[in-house]
Design a protein around this ligand. Structure first.
Ligand SMILES: O=C(O)c1ccccc1N[C@@H]1O[C@H](COP(=O)(O)O)[C@@H](O)[C@H]1O
Length: 611
């Protein structure tokens, strides 16, 4: 579990700059009476001189200050969190919030016997707590620790309120591990990172290292252990390097994210809701199921998250033509949509078999102005469409951006798609903690190439949560008609990266099968192969019949028609809900809606039983 870390009391540009470089989550400035007190105009200059990293938040610390002064400080420098370190009351906080409605407020509670009860007074008023030692003459920054045996009580109360609780007071490199045994959500340090009145770079780095259990994949070559990499013709190497540079520069650029978030919010409709499936859960009689509603995105699935981001990247790189491959048609529709939105031309490669299964989506892509190119090689499905798209890219690499729709392909695509789809997991985490007061026990997502799953899992990878990917078992994993790559496959190279594949003993791809076009892929994103081998994610499989049954149950108990792909995740969640007790909470990524599948479903179920 990752512990949040705050470094407080920066008094000069050098110290602030070291804190930014350390990667710490929160950086604090003292605006109260203290040897560390700073002037907001200096803070403004320092931050302008060295912008913070995207995930970092700047905190202003105040003690029993007037609201007018806090507002003045906030207008003078870019603070995102106000830390109230004195005797401020809930009434005072309400007034402060009416002057600064968007501001996050952390309240310090000074430790005393049963101090955790005091947190109840601030329930609903604040966004986080700091627990610190009070000495006779200092409100904070004393370097003195309190008895950490009380830490779990504070943490539990804050968890119940769905917000983090930081432990402060006398934390040093030498005792931080001891504190971490009490599992605080966050740690706040000021004097413990100082050496002769200045912040010490080495101490900061050590603290970050001691608190973060970092999941660091892929490596600089794009490898997730032995998986991933770049297995492409020489002609594409330069294009991939150029793409990697552009992607890394974009994700370090706040402006790129500002534009991306604006598009996600105002064009696609993010954040998507978290829906408690109450009737479904009661029907199953076990765990509570929650659905992350990616089906409510513009164009009906999670695919648009990544398509918007890659299209913005294409524009940034000055490439006006995009190409895409599609199986179910959802990524094709998403690509055609963003091409229209951003004024790009779009060619979509689609297997002829999939074109028949997804006739309406083909029409929709054409309506959106895209050219849909039928692929007639191989099984005429997603693998063949991807082959054809790569072939086209090789000969048009100068002005063409290949917008890959899943976490597959050569580096940097798996990392890039994970980054852009992680919005699913980040939002879910925040929503779940807010609504349920803790993290889910299990998270379930369907896996074809694996983009909705990795987007959902990645932000939870270091948390104590079970992660389950669900593959398509088609007519059964013991038949020849399935797409269960991780359950039945072996390691090989496909579409530019190493991963598990469905292949015969000579390395020829075995045609996959699933009722859902989106899961009908013989490979899987390399990170899923890695996570499976590491044992961090468990992969299960669900048959066509089980998925269709789950689809009907979700329709009838919740009024939600899922995509057949997503119904695989729902089917496994139904199994698990029955196995787990009623205290358990399951989060399912409902990756897309089923309108596109009505024709297929009707074909299997017949039209009459629902009259
Ligand atoms: O650090 C200060 O000078 C300070 C002054 C007034 C209020 C709060 C202050 N700092 C807070 O104290 C703790 C950490 O202290 P330490 O690690 O024991 O030195 C932290 O919450 C700071 O925000």
């Amino acid at each position: 579990m990752n512990t949040l870390l705050k470094f407080c009391g920066m008094t000069n540009y050098e110290d602030y700059s070291k804190a930014v470089d350390s990667g710490v989550d929160y950086i604090g400035f003292i605006f109260a009476k203290s040897k560390r007190r700073v002037n907001p105009h200096d803070v403004h200059k320092w931050v302008k001189g060295k912008p913070k990293k995207r995930h970092q938040k700047l905190v202003g610390v105040f003690v029993n200050e007037t609201i007018e002064t806090i507002v003045e400080v906030i207008h003078a420098c870019p603070i995102q969190v106000v830390q109230l370190h004195g005797l401020e009351t809930a009434k005072y906080i309400t007034e402060l919030k009416s002057s600064l409605p968007a501001m996050k407020i952390f309240k310090t509670v000074h430790h005393k016997q049963s101090g955790h009860r005091e947190l109840k007074d601030f329930k609903g008023y604040v966004d986080g707590y700091i627990i610190d030692t009070k000495t006779e003459d200092m409100w904070g920054g004393s370097g003195i620790a309190f008895n950490w045996e009380s830490v779990p009580l504070y943490t539990a109360e804050a968890m119940e309120q769905g917000i983090p609780c930081f432990i402060a007071g006398g934390v040093k490199v030498s005792n931080i591990k001891e504190l971490m045994n009490y599992e605080p959500a966050g740690i706040d340090v000021s004097s413990g990172i100082e050496e002769m009145g200045m912040k010490d770079e080495r101490k900061m780095k050590q603290m970050v290292e001691l608190t973060k259990e970092k999941y660091q994949a892929p490596d600089s070559l794009g490898r997730f252990g032995k998986f991933g990499g770049k297995y492409v013709p020489e002609t594409l190497m330069h294009a991939l390097e150029e793409l990697e540079d552009a992607f890394e520069a974009a994700i370090a650029d706040e402006k790129f994210f500002e534009e991306l978030h604006r598009e996600w919010e105002r064009y696609s409709g993010r954040p998507t809701p978290l829906t408690e499936a109450g009737r479904l859960s009661s029907y199953l009689g076990g765990a509570n199921i929650y659905l992350k509603r990616e089906d409510l995105n513009h164009t009906g699935a999670h695919k648009i998250n990544n398509a918007i981001a890659q299209a913005l990247l294409a524009k940034r790189m000055g490439k006006n033509q995009i190409i895409a491959e599609t199986g179910a048609g959802q990524h094709g529709v998403a690509s055609a949509t963003v091409a229209a939105r951003f004024g790009l031309t779009c060619k979509v490669f689609m297997g002829e078999e999939d074109m028949k299964r997804q006739e309406l989506n083909v029409f929709r892509m054409r309506l959106l102005g895209a050219e849909v190119i039928p692929v007639i090689s191989g099984g005429k499905t997603l693998k063949d469409a991807t082959n054809e798209a790569i072939r086209h890219w090789v000969s048009h690499v100068e002005d063409t951006f290949y917008l890959i729709g899943s976490a597959v392909g050569p580096h940097p695509y798996p990392k890039m798609v994970r980054e852009f789809q992680s919005v699913i997991g980040r939002e879910s985490k925040e929503q779940f903690i807010k609504e349920v007061g803790k993290l889910p026990d299990e998270i379930i997502a369907c896996v074809g190439g694996g983009s909705n799953a990795i987007g959902m899992f990645y932000p939870f990878i270091e948390d104590d949560v079970s992660l389950i990917g669900v593959e398509a078992a088609g007519k059964g994993v013991d038949t020849n008609e399935h797409a269960a790559t991780l359950t039945k496959g072996s390691v090989g190279v496909l579409h530019g990266s190493m991963s598990y594949l469905l292949q015969d003993e000579w390395g020829n791809i075995i045609e996959p099968y699933s009722i859902s076009a989106g899961l009908d892929y013989p490979g899987i994103g390399p990170e899923h192969s890695y996570l499976r081998d590491q044992g961090r994610v468990t992969y299960e499989s669900v048959t066509d019949a089980e998925a269709l049954e789950a689809l009907q149950v979700l329709c009838q108990y919740e009024g939600i028609l899922p995509a057949i792909e997503s119904a695989h995740a729902v089917a496994h969640a139904m199994k698990r809900a029955r196995e787990l007790g009623s205290d358990a909470k399951i989060l399912v990524c409902l990756s897309g809606r089923g309108d596109k599948d009505v024709h297929t479903i009707q074909g299997v179920l017949g039209g009459n039983e629902y009259e």
